[in-house]
Design a protein around this ligand. Sequence first.
Ligand code: NAP
Length: 250
Amino acid sequence: MTGYRLDGKTAIVTGASRGIGRAAALALARAGAAVVINYARSEEEAREVLAEIERFGGRGVLVQADVTDYKACEKMVQCALDHFKRIDILINNAGITRDNLLARMKPQEWQEVLDTNLSGTFNCTRAVIKPLLKQKSGGRIINISSVVGLHGNSGQANYAAAKGGVIAFTRALARELGSRNITVNAIAPGVIETAMTAVLPQPVKEQMLSRISLGRFGKPEEVAEVILFLAAAGTYITGQVIAVDGGITM
Ligand code: NAP
């Protein structure tokens, strides 16, 4: 795909069983990184990602861990260290939606989205930070936010709050870790063709399409390209939010 190389590096990709996480895991492995393929429930799909990596001679390991569970995230990081001896890159990608208008939103719908998208990002980053600092060789943290975290969206107050929180977390951490040469950036995808958006009703899809300059939805590989760039290059980029949205007007 590109000339970027990550030989000798280890990357953890949360929610790598499908969609954007899957595309990121494949792109990072193709560039030579050993990849921790994390999933919570979709073991079969995650196994297929590992099989595909192994088919092209890449290295990976499957780790089941629910990112809402801090202890499970710690175990995932230990597993990465046991297998590959080091960690260089964390892609906080695992995420869910529970869309509803606020007047109908159940507290559980609010909590699940905050727990997975925002606290999950904290849990994995917190679990990875000590080994990363101990290595003294810099690092990359890439958080998958959303255009909804920048602009908001009706029916997604929970998701907007979580993804906006991810952006604020990214900016704060970039300041905290800059002196250790660890860059922290966020990507804000627009509408990407994955299982998450496949469930949107056709009229909603058409309405969204009309607001996208490029006139089409994005592909997971188009987000993965930017993830790879930030992981393998982007040496002087930190605390930024990079929109990968085809020119969307929210
Ligand atoms: P997706 O196809 O639904 O995949 C979500 C992934 O997250 C799956 O691998 C899922 O694995 C995993 N996951 C969910 N809850 C988890 C948990 N508690 N612990 C560990 N893994 C968990 O979604 P996607 O569209 O690729 O989205 C990936 C990220 O991009 C999300 O953060 C999403 O908010 C963001 N994003 C997507 C779009 C879009 O248009 N698709 C736009 C903007 C931002 P299991 O099935 O095993 O749980």
